[in-house]
Write a protein that binds this ligand. Structure first.
Ligand SMILES: [Zn+2]
Length: 376
């Protein structure tokens, strides 16, 4: 069995539901420490973060990944039990194989192989892992990044192993990510009898024209790498359930996915300005910022990734900023070049998450080639 497949299976067999690492990082440390890597643990609450590095100075390349997984959902719907990885039709099934234990295994084996072949390599290589990517992400890489910033420490280049590929391995590489922010709005009125409109103030009627304007707003037009920023209403609730009673308040939850053309501060002020225009003044509002957008300017890592994907996988990748947020958002502000390349994402977070077995070794070979291109 290939080393990458074997390690992927070992990691997948550990039910590391966020924030539980379930010993995954310990397993990796047992492999990297004998090869001369230093280790630093950042334990925050229930979350385990760990940084392995070897060598020093420039150029420096760190891999970034997570060992936690999302819940498997109903086990009876799975072809194999979610934490008993198994193969069928050339694919490996199991919770986390694609997001992203396969990539963590490929990174680990790429680092092992590189230092075995180049024990006196130039610069620094590293691997940064968290067990809090899929959850609240409050004690994960954000905390490590704060500590790194305090020390003035960062990698020149950071390769994130999130599953970026769509149909074939390497077809998509992420060179940034959109931001994400939630707004929860509660608008108050006066509850009353539907037969006596003069005695009530219906918050649904108040908010309806506001909502029409909100969803029609053009936030920006996007650019070559970022689609236009947009707002999606995720939840609306009002009323008592009785047909002759108007609601006392209405609650709304919306999510913005934004590009650099609309930083969160500008979304916030435009949203609140729109409330004023509609003379909505009796309300509570709460903003929950998940992350600002980031973009990685073209650099040595982008060049190495595109070169390696072309040479090893025979693919010319599309460079974009699609998908949700990733932990790259915490490393990019340190000044590192951040690029994301990982397995095919078509089954992530689903029942029967799976990945082509052959892609594990192909991803390893690509990561290895990226290290070689950056360090030599
Ligand atoms: Zn992930």
């Amino acid at each position: 069995m290939s080393r990458v497949l074997e390690l992927t299976r070992e990691l997948t067999a550990r039910p590391s539901l966020t924030p539980d690492d379930a010993g995954c990082q310990r397993l990796i440390s047992e492999r990297l420490l004998p090869l001369g890597f230093s280790v630093e643990w950042f334990l925050c609450g229930e979350v385990s973060n760990v940084l392995f590095t070897r060598g020093r100075g420039s150029p420096s390349l760190w891999f970034l990944g997570h060992t936690d997984v999302v819940p498997p959902g109903p086990e009876e719907l799975w072809t194999f039990l979610p934490f008993h990885p198994d193969e069928k039709g050339g694919e490996l099934y199991g919770r986390g194989v694609a997001d992203m234990k396969g990539a963590v295994a490929a990174m680990t084996v790429a680092l092992e192989t590189y230092v075995q072949q180049q024990p006196d390599h130039a610069g620094e290589i590293g691997l940064l892992l968290t067990s809090d990517e899929e959850g609240e992400a409050v004690d994960g890489i954000v905390r490590v990044a704060q500590e790194l910033e305090r020390r003035g420490r960062r990698p020149d280049h950071c390769l994130v192993g999130e599953p970026s590929s769509l149909q074939t391995l390497g077809d998509t590489v992420r060179v940034g990510r959109r931001g994400s922010v939630y707004v929860r709005l509660q608008v108050y009125g006066i509850q009353g009898h539907t037969a006596f409109p003069e005695n009530l103030d219906n918050p649904v009627h108040r908010i309806a024209p506001f909502l029409a304007d909100l969803v029609g707003l053009e936030w920006d037009t996007g650019d070559a790498e970022f689609p236009a920023s947009h707002c999606q209403i995720a939840y609306v609730h009002a009323g008592t359930g009785a047909g002759n009673v108007t609601p006392a308040h209405i609650e709304l939850l919306a999510n913005f996915r934004n590009g650099p053309g609309s930083p969160i501060e500008s979304i916030r002020s435009r949203f609140e300005e729109l409330l004023r225009q509609h003379e909505i003044s009796d309300f509570d509002i709460e903003w929950d910022i998940m992350g600002e957008p980031f973009r990685s300017e073209p650099g040595k890592l982008r060049e190495a990734v595109v070169g390696a994907v072309g040479e090893v996988l025979g693919v010319t990748p599309e460079l974009n900023t699609g998908g949700g947020t990733s932990d790259g958002r915490y490393i990019a502000p340190l000044g590192s070049e951040v690029v994301e390349l990982g397995l095919i994402n078509s089954t992530i977070h689903q029942v029967d998450e799976r990945t082509p077995v052959a892609d594990l070794d192909r991803l390893f070979a690509t990561y290895y080639d990226i290290i070689r291109r950056i360090l030599t």
